[in-house]
Design a protein around this ligand. Structure first.
Ligand code: UDP
Ligand code: GLC
Length: 402
């Protein structure tokens, strides 16, 4: 490659969600290959701090409060709301187009549902190719229809974080959009086997041998923490000394998130689990938390597009029990690195958790296989090279058309 490749990333989320964790790793990987990245943000927050620590250029683009707070919960409603969102996003679109022009971006790479539409339009305005990094299933209703329609005209390429997500964006019998499946990567050095098991246990006053079951998911209703509490109750009935930790904070300020933690605390009391379940809040030491667990459970109530936490657990050698939905079966190998259970099947979850709690050698066997699978599938360098290859393809096609 001659001069450095310049990419404008567009990320509407301010907190460190999975989409931001994934993008951060990708940016690190691309930096090593000399890509010059600028990240357009809708405001300040933990994601910006992490980007600054990496010395990645960030620029705020103007955005209305309404646009920032709009979430899939609100967008799944009436067509009018979707139209209002597009209108509210027009000034942001113009700012993005100006920024792409000013940074002489070769490619615009969007990371988030709102960003796809805005960046897609901005790219069309100035003739810069756009790549959508699709990490979510399209919302229900009109918003999903608008997204699918836009996907045919706006992006040069869609990168989907799982086959499950990829399958939902292209209308049947249509050749557009071009979609490539690209699983997320995991930092295999940070998430590694052999991390100290005692750190979190000491914090909670739990001995080395206390059975410990974990849940790692930010506090957003579809993540299914309530179902985890139901499973925890049944596990406690069979193994009274078991304890449970929930890591994840109320990091989202978008619509549909308020009051969720209070509801969960109330449910914990009702189930008589107050002295068994620890809510850890948002944490930066997820590798150590996963290392302290005997098993990680993941039971979202809506299909999980990918589920980084499952890949991370496998990378530290922690067995998992997860709902068989969305992209999860692409991450976890059933019967090898964890057990996949039909969504909502509480009895199935409980017996899979118990099988790990009762059998250390099973945990060890599944943990070892998990690490192997994570190394084989989720390395940062392989992931970054795939993205670079996607950039080259998109630019070659763009040049050929010009
Ligand atoms: N995570 C974290 N601190 C927490 C809870 C979660 O750093 O307290 C991280 C977790 O390690 C994972 C990401 O947040 O990398 C969540 O990504 P995932 O794909 O599992 O779910 P998402 O929130 O993106 O739907
Ligand atoms: C989204 C999805 C999650 C995925 C993450 C990274 O936040 O909810 O399943 O792992 O993006 O792609």
């Amino acid at each position: 490659m001659g001069s450095a490749l310049r990419v404008l990333f567009v990320n509407p989320g301010l907190a460190m969600g999975g989409a931001e964790q994934s993008l951060l790793l990708l940016l690190q990987g691309l930096q090593a290959h000399g890509v010059e990245a600028t990240v357009a943000l809708f405001g300040d927050g933990p994601f910006r701090d992490r980007l600054s620590a990496l010395a990645v250029d960030t620029v705020y683009v103007r955005s209305s409060r309404w646009l920032r707070s709009a979430s899939r919960y609100r967008l799944s409603g009436a067509l009018l709301r979707v139209a209002a969102l597009v209108m509210a996003g027009l000034p942001t679109t113009v700012s993005l187009a100006a920024l792409a022009h000013q940074t002489r971006a070769d490619i615009i790479h969007s990371n988030g549902l709102k960003a796809h539409l805005l960046a897609g339009l901005a790219g069309r305005m100035i003739g810069t190719p756009v790549i959508w990094h699709l990490r979510d299933f399209p919302p229900q209703g009109y918003a999903g229809q608008v997204l699918r329609l836009a996907a045919q005209y706006l992006p040069a390429l869609v990168l989907a974080n799982s086959d499950a997500v990829a399958a939902t964006i292209r209308p049947q019998n249509s050749s557009r959009p071009h979609v490539r499946r690209l699983h997320n990567s995991v930092d295999l050095h940070r998430f590694q086997p052999g991390l100290p098991r005692g750190q979190i246990r000491q914090e909670l006053g739990l001995g080395e041998n206390v059975p410990l079951v974990g849940y790692v998911a930010h506090l957003t209703p579809w993540k299914g923490h309530g179902l985890f509490l139901t499973i925890a109750r049944a596990v406690t009935d069979a193994v009274p000394e078991a304890h449970f930790v929930i890591a994840g904070g109320a990091i989202y300020e978008t619509d549909g998130h308020s009051g969720y933690l209070e509801t969960l605390r109330q449910r914990t009391i009702e189930l008589g689990l107050s002295d068994r379940v620890a809510f850890l809040g948002a944490r930066d030491d997820i590798p150590e938390i996963l290392a302290s667990l005997d098993v990680l459970v993941h039971c979202p109530t809506a299909p999980e597009p990918f589920g980084r936490v499952l890949a991370e657990a496998m990378a530290v050698g922690c067995p998992v029990v997860a709902a068989c939905c969305g992209g999860i079966s692409e991450v976890v190998e059933d019967g090898v690195t964890g057990f996949l259970i039909p969504p909502g099947d509480v009895t199935g979850f409980v017996s899979a958790v118990l099988s790990f709690l009762e059998n250390p050698s099973l945990r060890h066997k599944f943990g070892t296989s998990g690490r192997h699978r994570a190394e084989a599938l989720f390395g940062v360098e392989t992931h970054s090279l795939s993205v670079l290859e996607a950039y080259q393809t998109v630019m070659a096609t763009h040049r050929a058309k010009a």
